[in-house]
Design a protein around this ligand. Structure first.
Ligand code: PHE
Length: 341
């Protein structure tokens, strides 16, 4: 029996030495030490041996087991080292080589503007609101006091959904005014930036999809002076601190009085150029005091509450801010253009 162990030791030594890689070594381990391994077999036969032999063989078997385990571990270490040595010869990196910097993306100039506008307005106590781009007639027109025969309701101007009766792409963010007021009690101050859609050409100054930022304040005794202060402050911060403003009367069914705010042309400094059509002024936002009918439509008591609303034309403002002369550049997604911001 002891002789058998001696032979097994030689056999194991040879097998371990001959293992060319980790998988082979693992096979050798199973062959000798596994559950049905050669050494395990011997240990199993121990119980059939006479008592005095049992002790000797048992001790020798256990020693051999420990020895084989140690040799396998040593061989595994050797194999691992030589694998790394080989890799070091084949694969290498030069840690002194300068890195390749990942190019950082930038936010779209419209997104940048919207985020800054949100900061400016939240700084003045406004909350950010939003509403769906697919709207219904009530929120886009009726509740905003827009009469049934108003041209904006014409299929010529508005994009109606073909397969959903009464649904349309909102033509203005003013619909968010209604959605906000329907669900809350005044006072409130909100701004709602977002996309709007109209049937329109796609040229240097028109697009069937563009962006607005709606503002709405409803509180006690709100006046045009409040509106003027808020709007001028916001536009100065967002576009040009030195800008001058003027207000002209205009008409929007949901405000009374309705006004248009013009800003002195930032391109020519007010002298007159092609962008401002030689007038020195550029129209950037419609605004006015919220019409009592609108408050009534959302069950707010117009005897107690009053407010103002405005609708920034964001695309126009971004063009003015960066001196961009063609609106389409904002929507082409040409990286050569976008990377400049
Ligand atoms: N919704 C108007 C438009 O699209 C702009 C506006 C908003 C005017 C709020 C007055 C008050 O032209």
């Amino acid at each position: 029996m002891l002789e058998k162990l001696e032979n097994l030791k030689t056999e194991a030594d040879n097998a371990i030495a001959a293992s060319a890689n980790a998988e082979k070594l693992r096979e050798v381990e199973v062959e000798f030490l596994g559950r049905k391994g050669k050494l395990t077999e011997i240990l199993r036969e121990l119980k059939n041996l006479p008592a005095e032999e049992k002790g000797k063989v048992g001790k020798a078997s256990n020693e051999l087991k420990i020895e084989i385990e140690a040799k396998i571990a040593a061989k595994a270490g050797e194999l691992e080292n030589s694998r790394f040595e080989k890799l070091a010869g084949e694969e290498w990196i030069d840690p002194t080589q300068p890195g390749i910097a990942a190019r950082r993306g930038t936010l779209h100039p419209l997104t940048q503007f919207i985020r800054e506008a949100e900061k400016v307005f939240t700084g003045m106590g406004f909350t950010i609101a939003s509403g769906p781009q697919i709207e219904d007639d009530f929120h886009n027109f009726t509740a905003l006091n827009i009469p049934a025969d108003h041209p904006a309701r014409d299929a010529q101007d508005t994009l109606f959904l073909a397969d959903e009766e009464g649904k349309l792409l909102r033509t203005q963010t003013s619909s968010v005014q209604i959605r906000w007021m329907e669900e809350r009690k005044p006072p409130f101050r909100i701004v709602a930036p977002g996309r709007v859609f109209r049937k329109d050409d796609f040229d240097a100054s028109h697009s069937p999809m563009f962006h607005q930022l709606e503002g709405l304040v409803v509180d006690r005794e709100i006046s045009l002076a409040n509106m003027k202060a808020v709007m001028e402050e916001a536009v100065k911060q967002l576009i040009a601190p030195e800008a001058k403003f003027r207000f002209r009367t205009s008409y929007f069914p949901f405000v009374e009085p309705g006004l248009e705010m013009d800003m002195s042309c930032t391109i020519c400094g007010g002298k007159g150029c092609s962008v401002c059509k030689r007038t020195g002024w550029i129209e950037i936002v419609g605004c006015g005091l919220v019409h009592p009918n609108v408050l009534r439509n959302v069950e707010i008591d117009s005897a107690k509450w009053s407010g103002f609303a405005f609708g920034f034309g964001i695309d126009r403002m971004v063009m003015l801010r960066h001196g961009i002369k063609d609106l389409r550049l904002l929507f082409d997604n040409d990286l050569r253009f976008l990377r400049q911001f």
